[in-house]
Design a protein around this ligand. Structure first.
Ligand code: UDP
Length: 243
């Protein structure tokens, strides 16, 4: 039988800032960063083009700081700058493993990053480089989930992979209820009807409008990124084709 080849040609992988904090829960844990870089390196062997969007929740979240009295726009800019710190941490780890990367930022930091230029990002991907997209959308009042959807659409990704602490979308919080049931597939409408928070509303609405499938999976499982990108059903797929 003829090999159908990889299910995806180009994907966008969203990593939360928390993942870089490891067990600490805040800041950057270098060994956690190397662990993630190793998983990305492993996934690259599939020959799929990979763009990364990294969050900043391990450094600062604008909404939390604003609840504590900070000016939200400023706190959001701080959050976006935090994502650049995370992106640099990931970049150096990937490059130490021999993975060729390019960092592009939505906020100009020309000493350490290229500006985000859509066509250039696509060119890097075509050349087999991993493109790390930092500073979210470059605008306050958005999240890095929204940035991930926006960039996925811009670069023409086949799907958005969201690596989280939980191995998919459940009908209730699996950390609180032992009888929580995991969904393997959900349509966008199912997710809305059942009030399942896959990602924030802005990000989710954009996915639905543009029919961009979202795959939610647990980062911490063995070979998680490689398995998810290869099409193995280790998490929950929202939208796209049910398989
Ligand atoms: N942020 C923003 N605009 C963006 C992306 C991010 O203002 O386009 C800010 C916002 O304050 C957010 C913070 O950066 O809380 C860190 O991003 P996020 O909370 O999405 O990170 P994650 O939860 O993925 O670690």
């Amino acid at each position: 039988m003829e090999d159908a080849g990889p299910k995806y040609k180009r994907v966008l992988l969203k990593l939360s800032g928390e993942a870089l904090a490891g067990e600490r829960g805040f800041g950057i844990d270098t060994s956690a960063v190397f662990g993630i870089a190793g998983k990305i390196q492993e996934a690259q062997s599939l020959g799929i083009e990979i763009a990364l969007v990294v969050g900043g929740g391990n450094i600062i979240r604008g909404a939390t700081a604003s609840m504590e009295g900070a000016d939200q726009a400023t706190a959001d800019y701080m959050g976006m700058l935090g994502t650049i710190i995370n992106a640099l941490a990931l970049q150096q780890a990937l490059e130490k493993l021999g993975v060729v990367t390019r960092l592009q930022s939505a906020i100009a930091v020309r000493e350490v990053s290229e500006p985000f230029i859509r066509r250039r990002a696509i060119r890097h991907l075509e050349k087999g480089r991993i493109v790390i997209l930092a500073a979210g959308t470059g605008n306050p009042f958005f999240s890095t989930d929204t940035a991930a959807v926006l960039r996925a659409l811009e670069i023409g990704a086949d799907a958005l992979f969201k690596a989280t602490k939980v191995d998919g979308v459940y009908d209730k919080d699996p950390l609180k209820s032992s009888d929580a049931r995991k969904y393997q597939y959900l349509s966008y409408d199912d997710a809305i009807e059942r009030r399942l928070a896959v990602m924030d509303q802005t990000a989710f609405t954009m996915c639905r409008e543009h029919q961009l499938p979202i795959v939610v999976f647990a980062l911490n499982e063995e070979h998680s990124i490689q398995r998810a990108l290869s099409g193995e059903s280790i998490g929950t797929t929202v939208g796209g084709q049910e398989t």
